[in-house]
Design a protein around this ligand. Structure first.
Ligand code: CS2
Length: 458
């Protein structure tokens, strides 16, 4: 039997389920990019808030193009299982905060009408780095930002809200970009300026884009995971997600209107979230990407295998503690040494089958905020980053060696720019002032190109 509202009664007693009448809670949040991460993170905090204090805070999930999540979740009335997995065992719960999922291209009018509804207050995003349609200077790339980008749907909804005299929306980016709120604000404003100038002043006056730091490791669900879930809950769940027990969400406290009582369920609200976000991007995500490319090069498949590699571990440790952590200005309550300890423990979780190839995806979109900012900081102070340099060599190898699929929106350009056997030329073509990904690291890259030693692959 398939998981659905009608099948909830068949769940074994230990499996937690929504203890509230789902149909009595309306939609207050529209979420773009309803993948596994959102279902294991924001939708869970919202499920807790609904159970504790109610409110019209259910989520309309949106996929921009693919119909797979809609086809998994609609027959299940939006219900799905979250399994938290650690060496100590697995814990399953059914979440009820997602009301429905639609595909934007197929149900455009319903999407825009929901975005424009007086009851909608928050629009959130996990559309990955590439979903923001940024050009090389971080501004909007007009070619990518087409009529099926998030900006286009929002622009239509803003015009309707403005005409109806409605309140503004909080746009909440939950993606791994530095200053994700400020970036979203800039990009949205640039889109409106170009395509809907009448709505620009309204957006600037009425809407806010708080920055957020989001953290939970959520590997892609596999066929074997779905069988495990079926064994745990006794029902077939096509939308199940698997995650680690750890979860963190820090949000800049700047909402345009009401929000669920997430603060009572572990979410931290802060005036400035930059220290948390930068530490997370440079230490956790920076180490993750290094584990991915160096680990794949050394024949590993999973994060827990790569971190257990005695030759690789010292480099990852160095990247986190000596390169990333020393580039940061921690806030008074941040202990970066302890943070690094916790990250290593999380990476070692043997029960979480987190594939390196999943993390290796979209390097061109991830590496500037994960490695290159750190590298630039140290280059400005005349220092080298041996671990990050080794990781860059491994990325260049990943692009050029063809051993693993290169999944990246800039794959074609990357392959053209990388010259096998010539790391200096490749580094300059990728990160130099005239390269594909120029930035404040370009000068530092010019100094180190060719000098750094790659870890020997075995
Ligand atoms: C990972 C992240 O796939 C990746 O690039 O580094 O998804 C990571 O697991 C999350 O940011 C953890 O919060």
């Amino acid at each position: 039997m398939r998981l659905s509202a009608a099948a909830l009664h068949a769940l074994p007693a230990p499996v937690a389920r929504p203890e509230y009448d789902r149909d009595r809670h309306g939609i207050g949040i529209v979420h773009f990019g309803i993948g596994a991460f959102h279902r294991a993170h924001m939708a869970i905090y919202t499920d807790d808030a609904l159970a504790a204090t109610g409110g019209d805070w259910r989520i309309l999930g949106v996929s921009l193009r693919s119909s797979s999540v809609r086809d998994q979740m609609r027959p299940q009335n939006g219900l799905y299982t979250l399994v938290e997995q650690s060496a100590a065992g697995s814990r399953a719960r059914i979440a009820g905060s997602v009301a429905d999922v639609l595909v934007a291209m197929e149900e455009r009018e319903r999407l825009v009408a929901t975005l424009a509804a007086p009851t909608t207050h928050i629009v959130s995003f996990t559309i990955t780095e590439k979903g923001y349609c940024r050009g090389p200077d971080g501004g909007l790339d007009p070619l990518q930002a087409d009529s099926n980008s998030v900006y286009a749907y929002l622009a239509e909804a803003f015009a309707r809200r403005r005409a109806a005299g409605l309140n503004g929306l909080t746009l909440l980016s939950c993606d791994n970009l530095s200053g994700n709120g400020a970036q979203l604000h800039r990009l949205m404003a640039e889109y409106l300026d170009r395509h809907a100038p009448d709505a620009l002043a309204w957006f600037l006056a009425e809407c806010t884009c708080p920055s957020t730091m989001i953290d939970r490791i959520v590997p892609a669900t596999t066929a074997a995971d779905k069988i495990q879930v079926e064994n745990l809950i006794g029902l077939r769940d096509e939308a199940a997600v698997i995650s680690e027990p750890f979860s963190q969400w820090v949000i800049e406290d700047r909402f345009a209107g009401p929000r669920p009582c997430w603060d009572r369920h572990g979410v931290q609200f802060a005036a400035d979230i930059a220290p948390f976000e930068t530490a997370k991007l440079r230490m956790l995500n920076g180490a993750h990407s290094a584990l991915a490319y160096l680990g794949l090069q050394r024949g590993h498949d999973y994060v827990h295998q790569a971190i257990a590699d005695a030759e690789l571990y010292p480099l990852i440790d160095r990247l986190m503690r000596e390169e990333a952590a020393t580039s940061l200005t921690p806030s008074a309550d941040q202990d970066l040494a302890r943070y690094a300890d916790r990250l290593v423990e999380r990476f070692r979780n043997p029960a979480l089958q987190h594939r390196l190839i999943q993390i290796a995806m979209d390097g061109s979109q991830k590496l500037p905020q994960r490695w290159l900012e750190t590298l630039a900081f140290h280059a400005d102070n005349g220092r080298r980053c041996i671990a990050i340099e080794a990781a860059i060599h491994a990325w260049i190898d990943h692009i050029g060696n063809g051993r693993n699929p290169l999944d990246d929106p800039l794959a074609e350009q990357l392959r053209e720019l990388v010259t096998p056997g010539d790391p200096r030329k490749s580094m300059m073509a990728l990160f130099g002032t005239q390269g594909l990904l120029p930035g404040r690291w370009s000068a530092g890259i010019a100094q180190i190109a060719g000098k750094s030693a790659a870890i020997s692959s075995s």
